[in-house]
Design a protein around this ligand. Structure first.
Ligand SMILES: [Zn+2]
Length: 191
């Protein structure tokens, strides 16, 4: 007549309770269940597989007596504490996730602003004048004139013009421009 293997429990088959074996099997789900059960049972004296195989746990240790499928044997209060802790963890993770999203958006924005593009340069009068020798009014007038002439390119027309003017005015090499505009050398050559 089996006796329950939970520490301190003396239930036997005659006590009108159901008995369950410790989960076994090679499937990761079963392995995980076995691990959770052994963790909950805290039987440090079980030093061999045979002891675990022989063990039986009575239904008094389960939240649901209908099934031993989903939960390791834990007491109701332990289960409630775990549930509360998981809820807390969930809220903390949500908050962390929210913070990371904001940080991510701000980093993306900073990265975009740090790229050399006409869009980022045009508001800085001195910078545009230094790079191109032109004001934004003349620059944009040139863009208008050129828009029908130039063929399609992966870079926007204003960035191509900025690149050409910087090369002419500052004598920059193609590779230098590629680094500044964060594009491939071949993109610069194609302008
Ligand atoms: Zn028991």
């Amino acid at each position: 007549m089996p006796t329950c293997s939970a520490v301190g429990c003396e239930n036997r088959t005659s006590s009108g309770v159901k008995f369950f074996r410790i989960p076994a099997g090679s499937h990761p789900f079963k392995k995980n269940r076995r691990h959770l059960w052994l963790q909950a049972l805290k039987r440090e004296d079980w030093d061999n597989a045979a002891a675990v195989k022989e063990a039986r746990i009575c239904s008094a240790h389960f939240i649901s007596v209908q099934s031993d499928e989903e939960l390791p044997p834990v007491s109701r209060s332990e289960y409630d504490n775990l549930h509360l802790k998981l809820q807390e963890d969930y809220i903390n993770l949500q908050q962390e996730c929210f913070k990371l999203r904001i940080e991510n958006d701000s980093l993306k924005q900073k990265l975009n602003q740090s790229k050399l593009t006409y869009c980022n340069v045009k508001s800085n009068f001195r910078q545009l004048l230094f790079f191109t020798g032109l004001t934004s009014i003349i620059f944009e007038w040139l863009i208008e004139k050129l828009s029908s002439e130039l063929s399609h390119h992966s870079l926007p027309l204003e960035d191509q013009l900025l690149m050409v003017l910087m090369k002419l005015r500052l004598g920059l090499s193609n590779l230098d421009l590629a680094y500044r505009f964060n594009v491939a050398n071949s993109t610069v050559v194609g302008v």
